[in-house]
Design a protein around this ligand. Structure first.
Ligand SMILES: Nc1nc2c(c(=O)[nH]1)N=C([C@H](O)[C@H](O)COP(=O)(O)OP(=O)(O)OP(=O)(O)O)CN2
Length: 277
């Protein structure tokens, strides 16, 4: 007998790609369990299976930076903050933070299928006696039109969003005069895609080529250094509310037209903001 729970939760992570660099990802999680029914006629109570799987993901790789430690140019070392990750291909980056902010994976590259298999194995090892196995399926949200990935950290967040390199893949809607503006949406999504978003106040160092962002948060001290051209500096914390407001103001100035922006933070949630000219 099999039991399924589709759209059980989402995973929001950043990952290091040897081809694209730092990428923001949001994955939908579907679960399939196979096993024997108990005396109550259930394989696993829906009310228990959902929090069980979500807890494992939330306490594991969700809101971390996934690092393929066998990729060319990756080094991992201990440092005062916890772990220091350095990369050199396709560009140099250094990230420091508490160890729980990173998921080290013994692979050359990270694929959504390999992550799903790893999580399925972890859950299968922890399964109740009547369950034979647990299989997770991860998928990108199907987005027609403009979408972008980004990475960031929210130092004031008390949960795992304070981690300096976690990310999201998000829709972007832009309106002017009551009409959606697909070409502006695509233009801005292309510009934002796989950038690191940071608050201006957290810049510890900046020169013509690189930028270092540093902050202390409840889980520890975090630092990230990466090429300036991969960054997007906002005047305020990079919450989705501030991203929407910043984007609305940028587009309104660019087009000299009042603009509304609906910015998403990953899947199915976000903020709306208007900028008037
Ligand atoms: N009003 C806002 N609340 C939060 C923001 C924000 O921008 N505005 N941002 C965050 C974090 O960036 C976080 O990454 C959001 O992730 P989320 O998946 O929502 O967080 P949870 O894991 O706690 O939620 P799930 O239900 O487990 O998906 C947080 N809040």
């Amino acid at each position: 007998m099999s039991l399924f729970v589709n759209h059980l939760t989402h995973i929001d992570v950043s990952l290091w790609s040897p081809e694209k660099g730092l990428m923001g990802c949001s994955w939908q999680v579907d679960a399939l369990l196979d096993g024997e029914l108990g005396e109550d006629g259930m394989l696993f109570d829906f009310g228990e299976v959902k929090p069980w799987i979500k807890r494992t993901l939330d306490n594991g790789l969700d809101h971390t930076l996934l690092v393929p430690i066998s990729a060319p140019g990756i080094t991992v070392s201990d440092c005062d903050e916890g772990l220091c990750i350095r990369t050199n291909t396709p560009y140099p980056m250094e990230v420091r933070g508490p160890a729980e902010a990173f998921t080290l994976l013994p692979w050359e590259t990270i694929t959504i299928e390999d992550v799903a298999d790893l999580l399925s194995d972890t859950l299968t090892k922890q399964r109740p006696a009547n369950v034979h196995y647990v299989k997770l399926n991860l998928s990108d949200e199907a987005i027609e039109g403009a979408a972008y990935g980004y990475s960031h950290g929210l130092k004031r967040h008390l949960g795992n969003c304070q981690r300096i390199a976690h990310g999201h893949r998000s829709r972007l809607y832009i309106w002017q005069s009551g009409e959606r503006q697909p070409s502006l949406e695509q233009q801005w999504a292309d510009w934002l895609d796989n950038r690191y978003l940071l608050e201006e106040a957290d810049i510890a160092h900046q020169d013509e080529e690189t930028l270092t962002c540093h902050y202390g948060a409840a889980q520890g001290r975090f630092t990230i250094t990466l090429p300036l051209e991969r960054c997007c500096v906002l005047p305020k914390p990079t919450t989705v509310e501030n991203i929407a407001a910043w984007l609305a103001a940028q587009v309104a100035e660019q087009c000299e037209k009042s603009t509304s922006v609906q910015a998403f933070e990953g899947i199915n949630k976000g903020a709306m903001a208007d900028a008037l000219t």
